[in-house]
Design a protein around this ligand. Structure first.
Ligand SMILES: Cc1cc2nc3c(=O)[nH]c(=O)nc-3n(C[C@H](O)[C@H](O)[C@H](O)COP(=O)(O)OP(=O)(O)OC[C@H]3O[C@@H](n4cnc5c(N)ncnc54)[C@H](O)[C@@H]3O)c2cc1C
Length: 473
């Protein structure tokens, strides 16, 4: 019998791999080490739990520890892997009963990422949070809700002292969000549902920079329309208070707040792997090949801690998102079970909801980035409608699309609008993976009926207009 398949990290990448391997090779021993109490949880749902759209934190989990055990997986929660010896093929694990060495036949690093805390102090104050842990979501919800709120659960996985502490504090009336990426935008909506005054600070001059200018402007307008004070091109210098957050300071100005959520980015958890000689890529995440293999034999990496290959550039890219983690984990599970399976390229496809708007992006949207990647980009922005104009519920939609002038290859696009505009980006993601030109994209046979789309879907219109520009220039 071969040595076990050992997985570090009990969430999207790790458990997808463990489940797939166990299904394909039921006799293989599969061990998952997770340093926390939560497993198989959806970070992505935390803003919606805080908002109140999701009743309990437990609703954000897909598998319980018992269900994982039923799959025959040896799940060890509260076990942290602190070291790796790729020559001896062992990991060092710290658990409740002490430190031990675990041998592996194959190893998956699915350690995820952690939130950056920004260049300022004050995150240790009561009322200041990052949002990269279920306990933070529980604490924020407890802080906003009344003690009687059934959502403030006494779940055995939650840090009960933390929740009790925030339940006892007077709820805040005003909040600051630092960072205008997708976590910041989603949290603006979540906190406004609780009636708070919200100030959102963004250092660059637009929100959601990877989505491009048109999306950034539309989302800023929507936030403004919903009563959020958006401060772009504004850097927060300090979060201040005695024990509890009292204000955020920016330049000569400050605003009094009782809650701060910092969402300024994440960093991959790679430390013990890097110390063991596992190569990192330029992004700082673990370098992998098309099967998720690292430079060390039988050591794989997937999810937020790992790079993938970009569908447009063919170069390594770090785009830490949920499907990427699940998909790569599943492929690696299949590979270690004996059927080598590529993890798949990524197009950086992302969607985000901002109150009544949805935005999506895929591929390379930014012309400067396209030039850096060796393309000669040309872009066009069009306005379209989500349904036939005469059909109730039709909403405006903006599509920006970029192509390479020389070859006509579609490089990327961004979409923004109401009425589920965001998911239209999936057509573009498919085109990117297939390496389509704008002419080929324009000729796709997409579905049409008045309640769903105009005859010419806005993505096709964008391809048509961009095709004209490519031909003309
Ligand atoms: C607020 C928020 C909203 C998001 N929304 C979206 C969204 O809408 N769409 C989307 O695509 N993505 C979204 N994401 C990103 C998505 O959640 C991640 O891409 C995904 O969770 C990555 O999965 P993972 O398994 O790689 O890492 P994680 O989910 O971070 O899991 C890694 C696990 O490894 C454990 N671990 C780390 N180090 C060790 C160690 N040394 N020993 C043992 N265990 C260890 C950690 O405790 C953790 O449980 C969101 C993220 C956040 C924070």
């Amino acid at each position: 019998m071969s040595e076990p398949f050992v997985v570090v990290g009990g969430d999207a990448a790790g458990l997808s791999a463990a489940s797939k391997c166990k299904r394909e090779q039921p006799d293989r021993e599969v061990i998952v080490f997770e340093r926390g109490r939560w497993v198989s949880y959806a970070h992505c749902g935390m803003p919606y739990y805080i908002e109140g759209k999701v009743d309990t934190l437990g609703d954000l989990t897909s598998l319980t520890p018992e269900e994982i055990a039923d799959r025959g997986i040896d799940l060890r929660r509260e076990h942290e892997v602190v070291g790796l010896d790729p020559d001896a093929k062992t990991v060092t694990v710290e658990g409740p009963d002490g430190t031990f060495e675990q041998a592996y036949g194959d190893l998956l690093l699915g350690t995820g990422a952690r939130a950056l805390t920004g260049p300022f102090d004050g995150l240790d104050l009561d009322g200041a949070f990052t949002l990269h842990h279920m306990d933070s979501a529980a604490a924020i919800r407890a802080y906003l809700a009344s003690p009687e709120d059934p959502a403030v659960v006494r779940d055995e996985r939650v840090d009960a002292d933390l929740v009790a502490h925030y339940t006892d504090l007077e709820p805040p009336e005003r909040a600051a969000i630092v960072g205008g990426g997708y976590v910041g935008v989603e949290m603006a909506e979540a906190l406004s549902a609780h009636g708070l005054d919200i100030h959102l600070f963004q250092r660059p001059d637009q929100l959601l920079p990877p989505f491009g200018d048109a999306v950034g402007e539309a989302v800023a307008e929507e936030l403004d329309r919903q009563g959020v004070d958006v401060h772009t091109a504004t850097e927060v210098d300090a979060i201040e208070g005695d024990d509890r957050v009292e204000r955020v300071r920016y330049g000569e100005e400050s605003v009094d707040v009782g809650l701060v959520v910092v969402g300024v980015g994440i960093r991959p958890n790679v430390e013990f792997a890097a110390e063991a000689g596992v190569d990192l890529g330029e992004s700082g995440a673990i370098a992998t090949d098309e099967y998720g293999r690292t430079n060390r034999e039988s050591v794989y990496a997937a999810g937020d801690c790992a790079e993938d290959r970009h569908a447009v550039t063919g170069e390594p890219a770090w785009v830490p998102l949920g499907l990427t983690a699940n998909r790569a984990g599943r492929a690696i599970g299949q590979t270690v079970a004996g059927e080598p399976t590529p993890t798949g390229d990524i197009a950086g496809t992302a969607v985000v909801k901002a109150f009544d708007l949805g935005a999506g992006r895929a591929g390379i949207v930014d012309e400067a980035r396209a030039r850096d990647a060796g393309f000669d980009p040309v872009s066009r922005t069009i306005e379209g409608s989500s349904r036939s104009g005469y059909y109730p519920g039709a909403a405006e939609m903006t599509v920006t699309m970029t192509a390479d002038r020389e070859t006509g290859q579609v490089l990327g696009a961004a979409v923004v609008g109401a009425d589920r505009a965001a998911k239209r980006i999936d057509t573009v993601a498919t085109a990117l993976d297939a390496g389509l030109t704008v002419d080929e994209l324009e000729r796709l046979d997409l579905g049409y009926a008045p309640p769903f789309s105009p005859v010419w879907d806005p993505v096709l219109v964008a391809a048509k207009v961009l095709g004209g520009a490519v031909d003309a220039e």
